[in-house]
Ligand binder design. Structure first.
Ligand code: APR
Ligand code: ZN
Length: 317
């Protein structure tokens, strides 16, 4: 029990700005990793992962995602050099990038956060095929849970039920008064946000902050579901994240050693770089291209196209 108690404490541990591990450059090739291991062990491949899903040998798939799955939808991630949000905050006049998600700075000047919130306003962006692939996993009864660091809400928009989601860094779907702690639905504050006004509580005039988890704030209680999900998982998919922020990043090592882990990411990150496992599969490169490849190996391409067309009315080619 001690271990789970420890994990519960770490799961609710406050995490520091930009804490956790750094991205590892993609110069470390996956074959370099597999080569360094006893070659007797069969190398796991994307085909093997597809086979496990297609034959339903794996039926409790846990997914972990970050901002990299939403860049194809037009939302910048945080740390990609040049294009990431943290490289483009000059117009906000903040002391350092992560300050936009820090309470102390928020109370000093909430404007930069609400300017960003206006950009991320739900409805401005649409899910891409990565989100709809997860929806298909759910529709087929294979998705145990999707853990997301993203606050864009695109997992919900793609039709994945909230019961299957853990929005580890919060959501814009609700908001809380920072003084009297009254809760408000998102619709109550968006008029202010869209008019560049800081939303204030009608009761105590405190600032009303969307339920986005700021650095130093505890994660939502639902995050504790990982204590059940990860020991049960029989396949872990990790897509579009630098695995730099704790305690989310550590979940990547919370599945049993025998459980295959698939990383789809532009960079080699986290334990895939410095503590890989024999059943890791690493697909470096564009998330959409790699998801399309996996979907093709699964034989789900047509189903996915139909789903995207039904959901968006647009033909996805
Ligand atoms: N295809 C593949 N990988 C991509 C793509 C893409 N189209 N776009 C971005 N990536 C990769 C980047 O190379 C990077 O490794 O996705 C990763 C995104 O990493 P971050 O920008 O650090 O985003 P994320 O991991 O979600 O950040 C975690 O940090 O500041 C906090 O709260 C914030 O939730 C966020 C957390
Ligand atoms: Zn109030």
């Amino acid at each position: 029990m001690a271990l789970w108690g420890q994990r519960a404490r770490s799961a609710l541990r406050l995490w520091g700005p930009g804490g956790g591990r750094r991205c590892i450059s993609n110069s470390v090739s996956a074959s370099g990793i597999f080569g360094s291991r006893g070659s007797s062990e069969k190398k796991f491949s994307l085909q093997d992962v597809a086979e496990l899903i297609r034959t339903r040998a794996c039926q409790r798939v846990v997914v972990m995602v970050g901002a990299g799955i939403s860049t194809p939808s037009g939302i910048p991630d945080f740390r990609s050099p040049g294009s990431g949000l943290y490289s483009n905050l000059l117009q906000y006049d903040i002391p350092y990038p992560e300050a936009i998600f820090e309470l102390e700075y928020f109370f000093h000047n909430p404007k930069p956060f609400f300017t960003l919130a206006k950009q991320l306003y739900p409805g401005n962006y649409q899910p891409n095929i990565t989100h709809y692939f997860f929806r298909l996993l759910h529709d087929k009864g294979l998705l145990l849970r999707l853990y997301t660091q993203n606050i864009d809400g695109l997992e919900r928009v793609s039709g994945i039920p909230v019961s299957k989601l853990v929005e580890a860094h919060g959501t814009f779907a609700s908001a809380t008064c920072t003084i009297c702690r009254r809760s408000f639905p998102e619709k109550d504050l968006w008029a202010d946000v869209m008019m560049d006004r800081v939303p204030c509580c009608p009761v105590c005039t405190g600032i009303v902050k969307p339920d986005i988890v700021f650095f130093g704030e505890p994660l939502p209680e639902r995050f504790l579901l990982h204590l059940l999900d990860f020991p049960m998982a029989d396949l872990l998919l990790i897509l579009g994240t630098s695995l730099e922020v704790e305690p989310f990043a550590s979940l990547s090592e919370a599945v049993r050693a025998s459980v295959p882990r698939l990383l789809i990411n532009r960079d080699l990150v986290g334990p895939f770089a410095w503590r890989p496992r024999s059943r890791d599969v690493i697909q470096l490169g564009d998330v959409v291209q790699n998801v399309e490849r996996l979907v093709e190996l699964l034989g789900w391409t047509e189903e996915l196209q139909d789903l995207v067309q039904r959901e968006t009315g647009k033909l996805y080619v």
